[in-house]
Design a protein around this ligand. Structure first.
Ligand code: SF4
Ligand code: SF4
Length: 449
């Protein structure tokens, strides 16, 4: 039996472009630009100086508070600069630049330990010190997710192995090729949380991954882990949709999975957790899918953090003709970039190149009230009304329609025959609401003074 949720869409998945491509390793770059902000929370603070020699895995920036993680050197070499560089999210941000010494030499790491020999706090400390963040795209520090307030009774840890974004196959390949590593990391997370139930939820379009993970779970006897099959539907991997489909629980409006006793983790995160727990290895590389009709040969590659996007595109045989758009992530939730010299960060799980013909024109019409977006919305919002209010900037009315609950999945825009840019409307509206709240707070604190 397989499970699913209400709403959602069935886009063209295009996984066949890269799901047969075994994971390859990119050589270390000659120069790595390592951003100090690669996660949600406070950016790390640089602890190295210009001209300093560093080894691979050495700390470049220390965590600046609880909701923050350290960043580490992805190559060995010399620090040539610490300054502002283009960030994948669009702004200039502080980064440490390392010029390779060609040796690719690790810093001293402790001997391998068996995860069972560590207690919960020791596992969590290793995860934090390794700079592990959610690698499904959100980049939330993992040790924070593993520290729910005592009042939250976490009984279930859920491995989000849906990989429902079209085109992306990095998690699929990781589960096929290294299932034991993924399952081992997942079991370590279950131990930290003290959860009774541990569920690995995989979409049915990954039969090889399902078989590999079931085999790995069978080997981990006595650890109470189970595999659940899910229908193929987007956004099956959205946390709320996943919890609804697998556990039949509802995350309250404005709440988090922990509010219904669940912590959700991602496939690549579990693999990184296993490296951290067993070997104290910091997160300096990850699997990334480089795909789309705009490259010559889609691939899944392990690349170092700080490597330019262009190096990944070259590994996929380069652009096929003139590129239409380069997207970090998938077509539904990824963000376009305009400069392929920018470096990848920990959360870069996909690089998608579209052809010019695949790029929407940007022209749109008025809403014809067909209701398709309402049927598609997995959060059960009214995207049509929200879109109409956004277009004429009726912000207060929008707040009343719970625009802040929108997960920006893009199902509404995808379904709209009038090509209305609904997600862009909602992003703008949410930004406006946040600004108004910040202004109100500032005015309040001024009054108190
Ligand atoms: S309104 Fe938001 S949550 Fe609903 S379909 Fe559109 S983007 Fe997704
Ligand atoms: S799908 Fe587009 S045209 Fe149809 S109701 Fe929604 S916004 Fe209007």
């Amino acid at each position: 039996m397989s499970v699913s949720f209400r709403g959602g869409i069935h886009p063209r998945y295009a996984k066949e472009l890269s799901n047969d491509a075994a994971i390859e390793r990119l050589p270390p770059p000659d120069e790595a630009i390592v951003h100090l902000s690669q996660h949600i929370g406070a950016p790390a603070v640089a602890v190295v100086k210009k001209k300093q020699e560093v080894k691979k895995g050495e700390v470049l920036g220390e965590a600046a508070g609880f909701v923050s993680v350290p960043v580490h050197a992805p190559i060995s070499g010399k620090v040539t600069n610490i300054g502002l560089y283009p960030h994948p999210f669009g702004s200039l941000q502080e980064a440490v630049v390392i010029e390779s010494d060609g040796k690719d030499e690790w810093t001293d790491l402790p001997k391998e330990v068996k995860p069972d020999s560590l207690d919960r706090e020791e596992i969590k400390d290793r995860i934090r010190d390794a700079g592990i963040v959610g690698l499904g795209g959100a980049a939330f520090p993992t040790h924070v997710k593993l520290s729910p307030p005592p009042a939250k009774n976490i009984d279930t840890v859920l491995l989000n192995a849906a990989e429902c974004e079209p085109y992306l196959t990095a998690d699929d390949r990781l589960m096929q090729e290294e299932p034991d590593r993924v399952v081992s990391g997942f079991i370590a997370l279950k131990k930290v949380l003290g959860a009774k139930d541990a569920v690995i939820a995989i979409e049915e379009n990954k039969p090889e991954a399902i078989a590999a993970m079931e085999k790995a779970v069978a080997k981990a006897k006595g650890k109470a882990v189970r595999v659940v099959h899910m229908h193929v539907k987007y956004p099956q991997g959205g946390e709320k949709q996943l919890i609804d489909a697998v556990l039949g629980r509802e995350v309250p409006t404005g709440g988090l999975p922990m509010d219904c006793g669940v912590v959700v983790q991602n496939v690549a995160t579990c693999a990184a957790v296993d490296d951290a727990v067993r070997f104290a290895k910091p997160l300096i590389s990850r699997v990334t899918t480089v795909t789309g009709e705009g490259v010559n040969g889609p691939v899944n590659v392990v690349g170092r953090v700080g490597t330019p996007v262009q190096t990944f595109i070259d590994a996929a045989g380069g652009f096929r003709g003139t590129p239409g758009r380069v997207i970090l992530g998938g077509p539904m939730m990824g963000g376009a970039i305009h400069n392929t010299d920018i470096p990848v960060i920990k959360s870069t799980g996909g690089i998608l190149v579209l052809t010019p013909e695949q790029v929407p024109s940007g022209e749109f019409d008025s809403c014809i009230r067909c209701g398709r977006c309402v049927r598609a919305c997995p959060i059960h919002l009214c995207p049509n009304d929200m879109g109409n209010y956004s277009e004429v900037e009726m912000w207060e009315e929008l707040e009343g329609l719970d625009v802040n609950d929108c997960i920006e999945c893009g199902c509404c825009s995808y379904s709209c025959p009038a090509n209305r840019p609904l997600v862009q409307f909602f992003r703008y509206a949410k930004l406006w609401i946040r600004q108004q709240q910040a202004l109100a707070k500032a005015a309040e604190s001024k009054d108190e003074r």
